[in-house]
Write a protein that binds this ligand. Structure first.
Ligand SMILES: [Cu+2]
Length: 127
């Protein structure tokens, strides 16, 4: 193991070790062009999502509770796309991301903008 491993990588490894499940445990990473992210009760299917510039994410309600996904920096929100911050099971909000960047995101019902609870990180492009 490299000595220069980042704190984030160590944290991710710990989470992956602690929680492995068949349908995407906490800490799972997705990398690809377009992705559907289930918003479970009360966590995201992936907590790290990597897409290219122009890639899209389908934020899909997949729980009994209402969920959403909002960028900490305010640059995007499923509420803007869906018309409501209350997505129930089967409700979709497809957002295409044209601006490269690292976007921390959270569910306004079950997480917060300080990284607690139902949160994740979206990385668009090579940043
Ligand atoms: Cu939620």
């Amino acid at each position: 193991m490299r000595r220069s491993i980042s704190v984030a990588a160590v944290f991710g490894a710990i989470v992956l070790t602690a929680c492995s499940s068949d349908e995407g445990g906490v800490g799972d990473v997705f990398e690809g062009d377009d992705v559907t992210v289930d918003m479970f009760d009360n966590r995201y299917q992936y907590t790290e999502i990597r897409i290219p510039v122009g890639g899209s994410v389908n934020w899909l309600g997949a729980g009994r509770n209402q969920h959403n996904s909002v960028a900490v920096d305010g640059s995007w929100s499923t509420g803007d796309e869906f018309g409501s911050l209350e997505q129930l099971e089967g409700d979709e909000a497809v957002i295409t991301y044209d601006q490269p960047g690292e976007y921390a995101f959270f569910c306004t019902f079950h997480g917060n903008d300080e990284g607690a609870g139902m949160v994740g990180l979206l990385i668009v492009g090579d940043v």
